[in-house]
Design a protein around this ligand. Sequence first.
Ligand code: COA
Length: 338
Amino acid sequence: MDFRIERHETPVSEDVVEEIWEMWQRVPEQVGMGSHISQLRDDLTNVTRPEERKLLYTARVEDHLAGTSLIWISRRDPLLCEFGLPATSPEFRRRGIGQALFNAPVGDFREMDGEAIFLGTNHPPAQRVYRRAGYRKLVGSITLVNILSGDTPEAYFEDYFRGLGPATVHPGEAADRTPAVPLVHSAHDWQVMDANVGSFSRRYSVHRGYAGQVGRFIQLLDGDASTFFAGRAGRRGKVVGLSTAVLRDADCAVDAFTHHRYADVWRSLMEAAAAWGAENGATGSSAKVSVEDEEKRALFEDAGFTEAGYAGEFLLDGMHLRDHPNGRSVSAIRLERP
Ligand SMILES: CC(C)(COP(=O)(O)OP(=O)(O)OC[C@H]1O[C@@H](n2cnc3c(N)ncnc32)[C@H](O)[C@@H]1OP(=O)(O)O)[C@@H](O)C(=O)NCCC(=O)NCCS
């Protein structure tokens, strides 16, 4: 039985949203479809993530919807995109539909001169289909990357940050989501890139979720008690550093990290977070730093922070099993600046 692949630009009609929802109810695997249609509807009608161009792919066998996939193309940097919504309805599997749904956006994005497609997956059966579509796994992460030039992800990530000129600091925006993926997924020399959002370097800790790695920074924009700043560089506004600020009463917890080539912007990023705290009622700033991240601690101390005691542990590469930490615990110290 033949199938055909169709491409739709969002927003799509309510009928299409409902048809997709209905198909996904028959997909038994838990691969990221929310528990209510509203999330899907909001994404496919551009209520959420309007800062990205979305191309939806559907597979049809006669009149039946047999599968879907989607790419979110960054409007800030249209050379980067993310892939998602991948499934074939169980009754139509093992006839090449999944492969066609994974391949079609790769081909289209290549025609748009795209550079890289990112996604996260833990689902073993999908791995071969992804690999055949050109995706490769990052070390220390469940993230897959399709580098359309054929370079390795490692080479691409290294080149991505070369020669961008000076970085400048800006209030964080939802549009930083995809442009921040290379930074947050680059193995950093520090164990803890950002303590406020639990962002650890994949050099020391395996990234088990994909979207959350950057999503947790974007979520700081919800509500009034937290925010983030982005260091951006070059014509494409590549994100080369991030800082965060989280208010707790009169204290503003700050943190910051940059790509190693843009260490110069660390201080301005951190100070932007601290200044935001002061503008929003904080009387002082604090930071939580791994005892092994001595370079980061020195940067905070150069900026006037002083040690204020033990601050608990970072669980670097593990999880809590029945409430017991199972992984590598590293002590943290608290630094403060009035
Ligand atoms: C992953 C998924 C999309 C694949 O869908 P699919 O339509 O079955 O994919 P394909 O038919 O292209 O390929 C699947 C297998 O069928 C085989 N196949 C393809 N055409 C075939 C045919 N005509 N006859 C027999 N087998 C065939 C492929 O070689 C492939 O085999 P292998 O991977 O075991 O080596 C589907 O299993 C699915 O929806 N899974 C749940 C959701 C999911 O995991 N999504 C990814 C999460 S990030």
